[in-house]
Design a protein around this ligand. Structure first.
Ligand code: PMP
Length: 354
């Protein structure tokens, strides 16, 4: 740390993204990316925009918002595009939390929530997941804090129902409830349709998982007009051109190809169920996932050992050195062929352990 670093950040522990090693060609099952390429027209749209890059991108994201409003059936004024959904989550901490309005989230959830809280000097409280790693929605009723829930949750893959989320939103009328739906397209129930009914609901989506655009960085926030206006105040006070030209047009074109992405999500879900069945047959305990990943543990091998042995054989999964979950690994669902290799490798590792 330099002597110039602000004291307010001195104790900050930054988020650690999943590793992206370049030493060998890994089967990458560690950051929940899509294994499928983008449709050609989405890539072409980025090329065309690259030619206009001497000009700033549209800060109002008008064309992207127009298409998103058709697809999601909400008003354009209820949408805010951002540089990945991480950005809208950070904006939410900036806009809707402070010393007197703490944040609350699960003890095991997306690791960035606590980092954003610390970055913004926001006090926070965590609520323990139940023994089976599910969220007890009743613990979030009337909490007097800004609520952040990943639904489905990461890294567990478990989801609350729309009715349960609605109860949480309804019972916290004086606080914003942020529902992070990064993985909702793989089997969860979205609550975007509730934004007209509740002035305190913010729903966040990402193009990084179900729409194969992790490297382009695009997220969308959905909320009533007033919340979006607040978030725009924060956006225009930090980075008005937060979404670049290429990404904005790629996002719009991707929204025109919902048929393609729906089919790919179906494929991921089918492969997920096949892998879960096979892993259970190998003695793993596998949480029932509504996402593009599985959270798995085996009595035959520790979480860390399995992670290391897979890595040595060219397969990357995500291991969290964290209480309660250190014996688990989070495995992204790749293509059928990649998952076949993963299963064969796991089986070989288990044989060695006998
Ligand atoms: N929410 C959750 C639960 C996530 O797992 C991720 C991906 N790391 C994000 C939000 C952020 O995704 P992105 O910034 O790529 O949109």
């Amino acid at each position: 740390m330099s002597k110039f670093f602000s004291k307010k950040y001195a104790k900050l522990t930054p988020y650690v993204p999943g590793e992206q090693p370049k030493d060998i060609q890994y089967i990458k099952l560690n950051t929940n990316e899509s294994p499928f390429p983008l449709p050609k027209e989405v890539i072409e749209s980025a090329r065309a925009e690259a030619e206009k890059c001497q000009l700033y991108s549209d800060p109002t994201c008008t064309e992207l918002i127009k298409k998103a409003s058709e697809v999601y059936k909400v008003k354009p004024s209820q949408i805010l595009p951002t540089n990945g959904s991480d950005e809208i989550l950070n904006f939410a901490f900036m806009a809707f939390c402070d010393k007197d309005t703490p944040a609350v989230f699960a003890d095991i959830t997306y690791g960035f929530y606590s980092v954003f809280a610390e970055l913004n000097g926001v006090p926070y409280k965590t609520i323990a997941l139940k023994e089976d790693f599910s969220i007890d929605y009743k613990e979030y009723l009337g909490v007097n804090a800004t609520v952040f829930i990943a639904n489905p949750n990461a890294p567990t893959g478990l989801a609350l129902s729309k009715a349960e989320i609605e109860e949480i939103v309804k019972s916290n009328p004086d606080n914003v409830v942020v529902i992070d739906e990064a993985y909702v397209d793989f089997g969860g129930e979205s609550v975007v349709s509730l934004i007209d009914k509740y002035e305190n609901l913010l729903v966040t989506h990402t193009f990084s998982k179900s729409r194969s655009m992790a490297g382009a960085r695009l997220g969308l926030g959905f909320a009533c007009e007033k919340l979006i206006a607040d978030l725009n105040t924060v956006k225009y006070s930090t980075n008005p051109y937060n979404v670049n030209r290429m990404t904005m047009e790629m996002g719009r074109t991707a929204l025109c190809r919902q048929d393609y992405f729906d089919e790919k999500c179906k494929e991921i879900c089918a492969v997920r169920e096949f892998v879960a069945t096979r892993l259970r047959a190998l003695g793993f305990s596998v949480l029932p996932s509504k996402t593009n990943f599985l959270f798995i543990t085996s009595p035959a091998i520790s979480g860390e050992k399995l992670y290391k042995k897979l890595k040595a054989r060219g397969i990357l999964v995500r291991h969290f050195e964290k209480e309660r979950i250190r014996n688990y690994n989070r495995v992204t669902i790749g293509t059928r062929e990649q998952m076949q290799t993963f299963l064969e490798t796991v089986q070989a590792i288990l044989e060695e352990e006998k």
